[in-house]
Ligand binder design. Structure first.
Ligand code: SF4
Length: 378
């Protein structure tokens, strides 16, 4: 179905206003997961109030003009910053939705009261039943599963809704249906699945047999369709795209320009497009930072990068155009993430990565395999 090229008009250049920002309240994480990409997770470098205030000065203007605007607190482990400090960092923001992505191990009654008071949307990271979550370990190498479950049980006692994020390191038969049943029982309202990525300090390969990946996504689609209780992010993307394609409206799904996704580090440094690049540097590209909110308003940092793309950002935009010219999946994918290109290819203007084979091409084809198997369409 997706072997022929179509001309897609979205994802041209970088938008000057993002749809959300990512804030790093601390670099520290109390866990030490085997696949983690974060370089500074053993160090407790905390964001200062001055950084939060400087970011909020721009974000509050954007939020005032948008229907919804999200501030995502992502570490390290954001709860490792402590309730008092996180509350102080959130205080300058107005009119935004706060989100945390947490490993859940620190969640207790007091954190649940905090989430309720500040209306924080909670995402927890867990990879399935204990043996599937065995790569999530504490700093002594011990399994974190029981602590994760305790945190999730506390969320449930307080009726705090939560989404789950699951890393799959090895797609294999039976895994997708096992995971879907598990997450239905866990009580999350939404599920995202990341096939493990080779990025940051995680240099493990993410090359998998194409058929194994397709079969994983097809099996997940079967499980979801049999009992669509939990919203499965990736399957919904693929189903929406396939529907738009059949209605000849696929070109309307991609945003017109690329979301800059500013990620504001603990020290105020701003990395655009891929938060996974923060904390790294390279001989050719420097430290990937586009500026610092303590010196330049966030709006100006993004406007400059969008209006006059230079360095690695210009190279990334060339990569997106190469994808548009060559890849039949561009309308679904939009050109992939900068960090996947860099950490797999060592540069930004390549096209296919293992990540896009696993999580874009394999996903779309797997969902379509399911449709073909159940509709009689060849
Ligand atoms: S990143 Fe991969 S799937 Fe996406 S458009 Fe480029 S080549 Fe295609």
């Amino acid at each position: 179905m997706f072997t022929r090229l179509r001309h897609f008009t979205g994802m041209r250049g970088i938008a000057t206003v993002p749809s959300y920002v990512i804030m790093q309240p601390t670099t520290l994480c109390n866990l030490d997961c085997a696949y983690c990409y974060l370089p500074l997770r053993a160090a407790d470098r905390r964001m200062t109030l001055a950084v939060a205030e400087a970011a909020a000065a721009t974000v509050n203007r954007w939020a005032g003009r948008a229907e919804r605007f999200s501030v995502v607190w992502h570490g390290g482990e954001p709860l490792a910053a402590g309730r008092e400090h996180l509350a102080a960092l959130m205080a300058p923001f107005t009119g935004v939705e706060h989100h945390v992505q947490t490993n859940a191990t620190l969640i207790d009654d007091a954190w649940c009261e905090f989430f309720a008071r500040y209306e924080v949307r909670v995402g927890v990271s867990v990879d399935g039943p204990a043996p599937r979550t065995a790569q999530r370990v504490d700093r002594g190498g011990g399994p974190a599963y029981d602590k994760i479950m305790k945190g999730i049980a506390t969320l449930r006692q307080h009726d705090i809704p939560f989404a789950a994020l699951c890393v799959v390191s090895q797609p294999e038969p039976g895994l997708a249906s096992e995971l879907y049943t598990y997450f239905c029982d866990l009580g999350c309202h939404a599920l995202g699945i990341n096939v493990e990525e080779q990025e940051g300090v995680n240099t493990r390969t993410n090359r998998h047999a194409a058929q194994a990946v397709r079969d994983f996504w097809a099996e997940l689609t079967v499980a979801w369709r049999a009992d669509p209780r939990v919203e499965v992010r990736e399957v919904e993307w693929a189903v929406r795209y396939a529907g738009a394609w059949l209605a000849d409206q696929a070109d309307e799904l991609l945003p017109r320009s690329i979301d800059p996704i500013p990620s504001i580090g603990y020290d105020g440094g701003v990395v655009l497009l891929s938060p996974e690049l923060a904390g790294f540097s390279d001989e050719r590209y420097g430290d990937f930072s586009s500026g610092n909110v303590l010196r330049t308003p966030l709006a100006d940092i993004i406007s400059k990068a969008a209006g006059n793309p230079a360095g690695w950002i210009a190279e990334y935009l060339a990569g997106v155009e190469a994808c548009r010219a060559e890849c039949p999946y561009f309308g679904f994918c939009g050109g992939g993430h900068a960090a996947n290109r860099f950490f797999e290819h060592g540069r930004f203007d390549g096209t296919q990565t293992n990540h896009c084979r696993n999580s874009k091409i394999g996903l779309l084809e797997g969902v379509l395999d399911h449709v073909r198997d159940h509709s009689g369409v060849a």
